[in-house]
Write a protein that binds this ligand. Structure first.
Ligand SMILES: C[S@@+](CC[C@H](N)C(=O)[O-])C[C@H]1O[C@@H](n2cnc3c(N)ncnc32)[C@H](O)[C@@H]1O
Length: 448
């Protein structure tokens, strides 16, 4: 019996598109987005969803494989939702990501701009600075792993090749430790239990590892026992944190207690130092972040006399280098913990020409009446949006650097900015090897 009672269809995959799908046509011409199919392949597809204008499907058989296919290094590939491209040679992953960016700019922003070749990651595996693992409970056993694609079901993993070694050591022992202490695992359907996630963070420059236990409730009586057992089994861990987070949609948010260690991660890039608190955002790939900071300041061709607005600044990842090379930087960020860290990071780097504003970017820009030579913006996946982009147009900066982790929202926002700006460069970076995700830096110059 076929899935959905429907016979699989033969599809020729034409392109790879945003979201991690191969795209092709069903007999009759309807577009189909195929999970697990790559350009140039002939595949048999089981249709999982059919809409009026398009369909979704999964490859059930590869009839003619692409030359760039390879054996994935991870035993959970295909089941775990974390990686989508591990069965593709690395060089081709870079090509596909460039094409994703090109395709989104063309279709959504109507921009026929040259997109540079994707800048690779120094590390193809073991590159992650942070991994968010979820706890589960099945047949009397504690599970720890990542979600299946488009599902809340947990794939129990005892190793993850894109993680650094210390994360894998923790993955191998934490379920047993948690079972020993009998802490109740949170059930998101019934909304009962305590322990939800283990978030691991790592500093590649300082070889520091932080283990963060996220609970639904404030009480976490088992914390002391977990701490003792974990430190015995994974002595590489430098900090252990307990985060209390009642939200079921965001993993890492809320008040926290340091159970062991300094409670901050130290990171050093080529020219700047950072202290990162447990719940603040930081870019996920150390070496690529370093290259991206360099690219942003070089492309902006700073002369040292500019005033800069750094929007969605986080702990100041771009702020510090921008301040070293300009007159003044105003950094805007709405997460209190990140703003506090950003101010501390400016001090650590001896920078006096930086001001951190704790504010929502849209609200801040509404009342901002200063002028600015340059705007740098690095919004979350949802993008900056219409109101922020329109306000940037009104502020008339000479240059803009837009850093994006989502080519679709980037293209949507560029469609607004292009009214008064021309694109100077579009540079994809491979921040997330083995996945379809791509980071892009677009530098724009004012034309009127
Ligand atoms: C993609 S991160 C970039 C952070 C920083 N530029 C970096 O490279 O590490 C986006 C940041 O924007 C912040 N943020 C999200 N929505 C915001 C908003 N509406 N106003 C201000 N900051 C916001 C988040 O807390 C996060 O720190």
């Amino acid at each position: 019996m076929y899935e959905n009672g429907k016979e699989p269809q033969i599809v020729y995959v034409e392109r790879y598109v945003h979201g991690g799908y191969g795209i092709g046509k069903l007999p009759g011409g309807k577009l189909v987005l195929v999970e697990g199919g790559y350009p140039s392949e002939l595949v048999k597809v089981s249709i999982t969803e059919e809409r009026n204008d398009m369909a979704f499907g999964k490859v059930v058989e590869i009839l003619e494989p692409a030359k760039f296919r390879r054996t994935p290094r991870c035993k959970y590939f295909g089941t775990c939702g974390g990686c989508q491209l591990m069965d593709v040679e690395y060089e081709t992953q870079l090509v596909l990501k460039r094409e994703i960016v090109q395709d989104q700019l063309r279709r959504i922003a109507k921009l026929e701009t040259e997109v540079n070749e994707t800048i690779p990651s120094d590390l193809e595996f073991g590159y992650r600075n942070k991994m968010e693992f979820s706890f589960g409970f099945r047949d009397g056993r504690v599970l720890l792993g990542l979600k299946r694609r488009n599902s809340i079901e947990i794939v129990d993993v005892d190793e993850c090749p894109i993680s650094p070694t210390s994360f894998n050591k923790a993955l191998a022992v934490v379920p047993e430790i948690v079972e020993t202490t009998k802490v109740k695992i949170y059930n998101p359907v019934r909304r009962t239990g305590t322990l939800k996630h283990l978030v691991m963070r790592y500093s590649h420059s300082h070889n520091q590892t932080m283990a963060i236990f996220v609970t639904k409730t404030e009480t976490f009586r088992e914390a002391r026992d977990i701490r003792a057992l974990l430190l015995r089994k994974v002595p590489q861990i430098n900090s252990i944190i307990h985060v209390m987070n009642s939200s079921d949609t965001v993993v890492l948010r809320g008040p926290y207690k340091t159970l062991y260690g300094s409670g901050v991660l130290e990171v050093e890039m080529d020219y700047e130092k950072f202290q990162i608190p447990p719940t603040a955002f930081f870019q996920n790939n150390h070496h690529v972040t370093n290259k991206m900071i360099e690219h942003v300041v070089k492309s902006l061709e700073l002369e040292g006399k500019e005033t800069i607005l750094d929007l969605y600044a986080g702990v100041g990842t771009f702020t510090m280098r921008l301040a070293m090379l300009s007159k003044f930087v105003t950094a805007v960020e709405n997460a209190h913990i990140a703003v506090k860290a950003g101010r501390a990071n400016a001090n650590i780097n001896n920078l006096r020409n930086v001001k951190f504003e704790e504010a929502d970017v849209e609200e801040f820009l509404k009342s901002y009446d200063g002028s600015t030579d340059v705007v740098v913006l690095d919004p979350p996946r949802t993008g900056a949006g219409k109101a922020v982009c329109k306000r940037i147009l009104e502020l008339k900066p000479k240059k803009i650097a837009y850093i994006s982790c989502d080519p679709a929202t980037l293209a949507r926002d560029l469609a607004i900015l292009k009214e008064h700006y021309k694109i100077k460069s579009v540079q994809p970076f491979d921040m997330f090897p083995q996945t379809y995700h791509v980071e892009t830096v677009v530098v724009l110059e004012r034309i009127m």
